[in-house]
Design a protein around this ligand. Structure first.
Ligand code: CA
Length: 651
């Protein structure tokens, strides 16, 4: 076992020059640096190509201060490929591997590529500003997988661009007369696209892009490189870089921010990972018996508490933010990162741009050897209050528990979740009217609560309703979906919806041969490697469920129209949000009021109308049960239609 504390004390390095960098006024030198303090020798291998037998030369590197190895070449290596060979124990162990700091790579990410990044900027790159989001609650986040977005022919995207970064750059695409892809994002009104991992991952063979392959991308290979299968030419290291920049630039031009899903919590290859080869035993957490701990459930977990792993994560995030101008990060299994690292990331990103969004999963995939009070679990949320967390409380309260597919929630008539739901509506912060459900009062500020009821994991909301509320008519199931959307989009916090949720996304499953269909197995609840049949967006559904789409769009517009739906502090929530007496605890009515405006929101989960009294004054229906504005003036006793949300606004 390594004595990591001693290594960190004696060797941790704080230079910002690890990797391959082209330097000099004329860009005529290339410097390679890598950190491996216990290596007895390190060599640089240069290649002509990303794969194959084409080595140009191998050069010994010189050991310098603090375990950094160095070699300088008096030429620009732009376009050349490279690996390092780390020697331990005087040559008894020799590991050839890609540089963990590689910013570009060949096909399938086995060799790094030296790239002059200035040559990868698309035309106009410096002229497009990044959209500003000063309050995280102003964001409406749309979770998209690059391939799902445009892989299906119904996307209307040109054949060669389907399922690629380029699929985000095409406008005027239609299906059945309805806007798709980029135009759809604008029409819906979301503010940020959150992309499932676009960093290089392992399990899709980039050299066979014509073959149908699929993965969500939570199998990380190179953290500072892009996934090649999303580019039109995975063999050309600059192509994926240029095309991803085009994606970011196109969305920015349309006022939409880009959030990256980052997976620093584990490596896909464990012993065979580039980290382990560069410095065995250092970058992962180990059990006392020397085996890899498995807090991710994927075979290992990285050690953010070791200084050079922490530095790697921070350097990597700064690279994505600065070089690619992305607007935020979503941390997979964030609870595997120690709290100190999470707060340092926030501080470092603040120095660059304090409005970058940052949120993650407040849970792990297994047990970590690091004590749970040091990890970024949701129950430690107050210790990293400026980083958001997925609100599984509101998720399950809305639609029923995720892991019991028959379980119902508020929208499908379960009356046991309403206390938790009220907490979620009030931003999951302390509220003077709420005493129940302390477990759902976990946010330091409402900006920390990422409210959702559907994401890539588990059944889609629509499939969940089809399974759990099967005794209801389809019309009623649609009402449940719309009520769920109203809760997500009208609650305090940051709303998060999945691509296609706004037109009842479904993930149909292909049955195995001889398998009898039942309520559950016809839907896929874990589609991480399922084919396009299951995962890709079938855009014709937008026309089919146009009323549902219009409802989501109207809710987003309503949310954007008043700051009362987007309060950023717990003091503001306490001052402006008041639950009203509706005569029935399960019929939720609340008021949002400041000195200018007053809204009343009613959420009726019952299959019959519910009446309640408006506060003083005259109101109109800012959003009726069909998601439209109804200007008829009303006051006093009003009704909320069965299984619906209605929003009144004082005149
Ligand atoms: Ca890959």
């Amino acid at each position: 076992m390594l004595n990591v504390q001693q290594i960190d004390r004696d060797y941790s390095y704080d230079g910002n020059d690890l990797g391959a960098v082209i330097v000099g006024e004329d860009k005529d030198r290339t410097v390679f640096k890598t950190w491996s303090p216990l290596a007895t020798g390190v060599y640089l291998n240069l290649y002509l190509d990303g794969t194959g037998d084409n080595r140009i030369e191998t050069l010994p590197m010189e050991r310098t201060d603090r375990g950094v190895w160095y070699v300088e070449l008096f030429r620009s290596c732009d376009g050349e490929f490279y690996t390092y060979t780390y020697e331990f124990d005087h040559g008894r162990v020799r590991n050839e591997t890609i540089d963990i700091y590689a910013k570009a790579c060949g096909v399938n990410g086995d060799r790094g590529a030296v790239v002059d990044l200035d040559t990868t900027d698309p035309c106009g790159w410096d002229d497009v500003p990044r959209p500003v989001c000063k309050n995280a609650c102003d964001a409406v986040v749309y979770e998209c997988h690059v391939r799902d977005f445009s892989a299906d022919p119904s996307s209307g995207v040109a054949t060669g661009y389907r399922g690629k970064f380029k699929g985000f750059c095409q406008s005027r695409t239609r299906c059945g007369g309805e806007e798709t892809c980029l135009d759809h994002l604008k029409e819906l009104g979301i503010t940020h696209v959150h992309l499932l991992p676009v960093e290089d991952y392992a399990t899709v063979d980039e050299s066979r892009s014509h073959k149908q392959q699929y993965n969500w991308g939570y199998d990380p290979k190179n953290y500072n490189c892009l996934e090649g299968s999303y580019s039109t030419d995975p063999e050309d290291p600059k192509c994926r870089i240029r095309e991803f920049k085009e994606l970011v630039m196109t969305l920015h031009k349309n006022g939409i921010g880009v959030i990256m899903d980052v997976v620093y919590n584990h490596t896909y290859f464990t012993e065979e990972s580039s980290f382990e080869k560069a410095f065995p035993g250092y970058y992962h957490r180990m059990r006392s018996d020397g085996s890899f701990s498995n807090g991710s459930g994927c075979g290992n977990e990285t050690a953010s508490d070791h200084l050079m792993m922490r530095k790697f994560i921070i350097d990597s995030l700064k690279f994505w933010a600065e070089e690619y101008k992305v607007d935020g990060f979503r941390f997979d299994l964030m609870a595997l990162h120690d709290i100190e690292t999470v707060n340092l990331i926030r501080d470092e990103l603040d120095k660059f741009d304090p409005y970058l969004l940052m949120y993650g999963e407040g849970w792990t995939g297994g047990e970590s050897p690091l004590s749970s009070d040091r990890l970024a679990y949701k129950w430690n949320s107050y210790a990293f209050g400026r980083v958001g967390l997925f609100n599984d409380n509101i998720r399950d309260a809305i639609k029923g528990g995720t892991f019991n597919q028959y379980d119902m929630g508020f929208v499908s008539g379960n009356k046991n979740t309403v206390s938790i739901l009220r907490r979620g509506i009030a931003g999951s912060v302390k509220h003077p009217q709420l005493n129940d459900a302390p477990e759902a009062c976990w946010a330091y500020e409402p900006t920390q609560a990422i409210n959702y009821c559907e994401a890539h994991d588990n059944n889609t909301l629509w499939d969940k309703l089809k399974i759990s509320a099967k005794n209801y008519s389809e019309q009623e199931q649609i009402k449940m979906d719309r009520l769920a959307a109203a809760i997500v989009l009208l609650s305090q916090g940051m709303p998060f919806i999945q691509l296609g949720q706004d037109f009842l996304r479904s993930k149909p499953r292909i049955l195995a041969e001889g398998e009898e269909p039942n309520d559950i197995n016809i839907y896929c609840h874990d589609s991480y490697n399922a084919p396009d049949f299951t995962n890709s967006i079938k855009w014709h559904r937008k026309k089919e469920y146009k009323e549902v789409f219009e409802h989501y769009k109207a809710l987003i517009r309503l949310r954007k129209s008043s700051r009362l739906f987007r309060l950023s502090t717990k003091e503001e929530v306490a001052a402006h949000l008041q639950f009203m007496d509706s005569g029935d605890w399960n019929f939720i009515v609340y008021k949002l009021e400041d000195d200018k405006e007053c809204y009343v929101v009613a959420l009726n989960p019952f299959t019959e109308c519910r009446w309640f009294n408006l506060p003083w004054g005259k109101f109109y229906r800012r959003l009726d049960e069909n998601g439209r504005i109804n200007e008829d003036i009303c006051e006093g006793s009003v009704c909320c239609e069965p299984i619906s949300a209605v929003v009144f606004k004082r005149i």
